[in-house]
Design a binder for this molecule. Structure first.
Ligand code: IPD
Length: 285
């Protein structure tokens, strides 16, 4: 089957814009706005309504494609090689309920489990990140990413690093994260900083786009899902970035692998991966 990727990409952009209108029109509150998966993993009425709009529109236009979305996912659902739209209706739900405008809709298409089209749209700032595998990554469909090409990476100590705490606040994985963060935030034994900065912005999809654009050098997280990363993954790769496992040693993670590290394009990116891995305090489960 020969798919017209450009047509699918354009349709996905139109859906992202509609979803964006719903997101900016909503008036979430931290308390009353709906149920919670646990005390810190929020899901709002808007998350559900946006996913319903997105899945209905996509199924109508592409009835043979599969669909996986954060709000309708059931434990045990697996990704298959079939063309699958993978959607996070609101990536950055906590920011959304606090009205901090680092929020996006993340809409990806995976074929044979390979992220192939990525659309990430922040409806508050109106930034649109897009990519089709093999055809480059763009900001607002006009500006090629990365924004400042040709900059080498000069080692971890000059990197701006994004990490996320995620919603789990205990257990092995929490310990690995928090110990790694504190190692990275500290001074090296030999003196000097481990990293330029350690940031935690609250949207996996926008973090990946930030690495694609080049403003972030590294993004490291364990615990995210295919819908958090599928779209940003294509955008990152098309901008020359690489995505590897957050656990040391695995250069080829799966889109549903839950743990990732992204490094922007530029000479020296593999050395940055190895340097970062050498500081990871333990192993994620
Ligand atoms: C979450 C955000 C958060 C990241 C989590 C994601 P959600 O997505 O991207 O930054 O730490 O791993 O699940 O729940 O806001 O859609």
């Amino acid at each position: 089957e020969d798919l017209n990727l450009k047509e699918i990409h354009d349709f996905m952009i139109s859906i992202a814009h509609k979803a964006g209108e719903m997101i900016t029109a909503a008036h979430p509150t931290t308390g009353a706005a709906g149920s919670k998966k646990n005390s810190v993993d929020l899901v709002t009425e808007t998350d559900r309504a946006v996913e319903a709009l997105v899945s209905t529109s996509l199924r109508e236009k592409y009835p043979t494609f599969s669909f996986m979305g954060e709000e309708t996912y059931k434990p045990g659902d697996t990704l298959t090689p079939a063309p699958t739209f993978i959607c996070d209706p609101i990536d950055g739900t906590t920011n959304f309920v606090h009205r901090y405008p680092y929020v996006s809709i993340s809409l990806g298409l995976a074929i044979n489990l390979i992220p192939t089209i990525g659309i990430v749209y922040n409806p508050f700032t109106k930034e649109l990140y897009t990519a089709i595998k093999g055809q480059g990554a763009y900001l607002d469909q006009t500006t090629r990413l990365p924004l400042a090409p040709g900059r080498p990476l000069e080692g971890l100590s000059s990197c701006q690093v994004a990490v996320e705490w995620g919603s789990d606040r205990s257990g092995n994985d929490f310990a690995v994260k928090s110990q790694t963060f504190s190692k990275l935030a500290a001074t090296k034994e030999s003196g000097g900083a481990m990293v330029h900065s350690l940031r935690s912005f609250g949207s996996a999809a926008l973090n990946l786009c930030g690495v694609a654009a080049g403003g972030l050098d590294v993004y490291w997280e364990a615990g995210c899902w295919a819908w958090d990363v599928c779209a940003g993954w294509v955008i990152l790769q098309e901008a020359g970035g690489i995505i590897v496992d957050a656990n040391p040693g695995n250069w080829e993670p799966r889109v549903d692998g839950r743990r990732y590290m992204a490094v922007r394009g530029g000479d020296g990116q593999r050395q940055v991966v190895e340097e970062f891995w050498s500081h990871v305090q333990g192993n994620f489960e």
